[in-house]
Design a protein around this ligand. Structure first.
Ligand code: CP3
Length: 347
């Protein structure tokens, strides 16, 4: 099936585009009343994730309502630990909890690895249904958490300001940490490849907790494993988004991936200098900028477009959109990207 809008794929490849493509991390979710309606028709978040028809419906909502240039499959990074045997619960207003955390060599030994990705058949089915329903309107992005971020949840057992239990493991049992990271990496590669086989046109790796590691630990316990994933995926473009990892951008230049995501703390010119001109950059408006006035949003968005320049840029926020953001403000961001970049980009 031919894509009618492949801007994001061409931008990832470094080709000139008639305008800058735009999508938002967490675009499928609570910002949309249409999402909340579907969400309240089921018993909980997990039922939505595990019901392919519904996951597909909420995946497509932001394409229809916001006019973004890509869909991202509705799921969560925490389905991977679950497939390995470490189940999670999503507690309303609080976030994820793992009743059983990973602490000992036996815990790591008991995890499912080779067969784990077969457990995630509902994601592949959601991708197939979505691809059919999109009918080539925009590309579909698949995703997974980076091994370090997944380890952080499996060891910590919940979200945390410090993730000190997970970070403690890197100091007290580095070998066990590597054994666990190795297993997560193997499952993640199989999982991402299965998403591609089902129809994902592009992949993003979320390293949400990159910024809490010192640079040497980040190199040893995260970049290495992300590199293994990038090397294994050869047929679709990959984006690496590591929140807070400004210190790792120069080593990201060596990754075999097409796009690096920037958060809103990262200076655009400095990041470009660290990464070089062979990769596309994605980002990076402060999600809080969308609480400003419409005029303000337009100004901030135009300033961002000017800083990135007309090529090798995929417009996005610097992290996921916050749930209480007005969808009209999101639309203002999307429309400004489209209108302004059409004026400045080479035809
Ligand atoms: O639109 C999209 O981006 C696709 C859907 C998506 C979700 N989670 C849906 C979701 C994606 C890409 C994710 C990734 C994810 N999940 C990350 C990485 C991105 C990031 O934000 O750093 C992380 C760290 C998680 C783990 C997670 N899931 C947490 C900590 C929480 C609770 C906090 C919160 O945002 O509510 C979730 C829940 C979650 N994942 C929701 C959604 C729409 C909200 C739950 C609900 O609707 O009831």
């Amino acid at each position: 099936m031919e894509l009618k809008n492949d801007l994001i794929l061409r931008a990832a490849a470094g080709e000139p585009t008639e305008r800058t493509p735009v999508w938002l991390m967490r675009q499928a979710g609570r910002i949309l009343p249409e999402y909340r309606a579907v969400r309240s028709s089921v018993s909980g978040f997990k039922e939505l994730v595990e019901t392919p028809e519904l996951a597909s419906e909420v995946t497509i909502q932001p394409v229809d309502i916001l006019g973004v240039d890509a869909a991202i499959i509705f799921s969560d990074i925490l389905v991977v630990p679950e497939a390995m045997g470490c189940t999670y619960e999503m507690i309303e207003q609080r976030g994820p909890i793992f009743p059983q955390t990973i602490q000992t060599p036996d815990d790591v030994k008991n995890l499912r690895v080779e067969e784990a990705h077969f457990q995630l058949h509902y994601v592949y089915e959601a991708i197939r249904i979505t691809k059919r329903a999109l009918n080539g309107r925009v590309p579909l992005i698949g995703f997974a958490g980076a091994p370090w971020t997944i380890l952080a949840y499996m060891v910590e057992g919940s979200g945390s300001k410090t993730f000190s239990k997970a970070r403690k493991l890197l100091y007290t049992s580095p070998e066990l940490a590597h054994t666990l990271l190795d297993k997560i990496t193997t499952v993640t590669i199989n999982y991402l490849q299965a998403q591609v086989d089902a129809g994902a046109a592009m992949l993003q790796i979320f390293d949400s907790w990159a910024g809490i590691l010192p640079p040497a630990h980040y190199h040893e316990f995260s970049t290495r494993y992300i590199a293994r994933i990038c090397d294994a995926i050869t047929t679709v473009p990959v984006t690496v988004f590591a929140k807070g990892a400004f210190f790792a951008l120069s080593e990201f230049a060596q990754l075999d991936c097409q796009t690096i995501g920037l958060d809103w703390n990262m200076n655009i010119a400095d990041s470009r200098a660290a990464i070089g001109f062979n990769k596309t950059l994605q980002g990076n408006l402060d999600p809080c900028a969308l609480y400003g006035s419409f005029d303000n949003i337009r100004q901030e968005t135009i300033a961002m477009l000017q800083a990135f320049g007309p090529t090798r840029h995929i417009a996005n926020l610097g992290h996921g959109v916050y749930p209480d953001t007005d969808p009209d403000k999101v639309k203002c961001f999307v429309d400004t990207i489209k209108e302004y970049s059409s004026k400045i980009n080479e035809p």
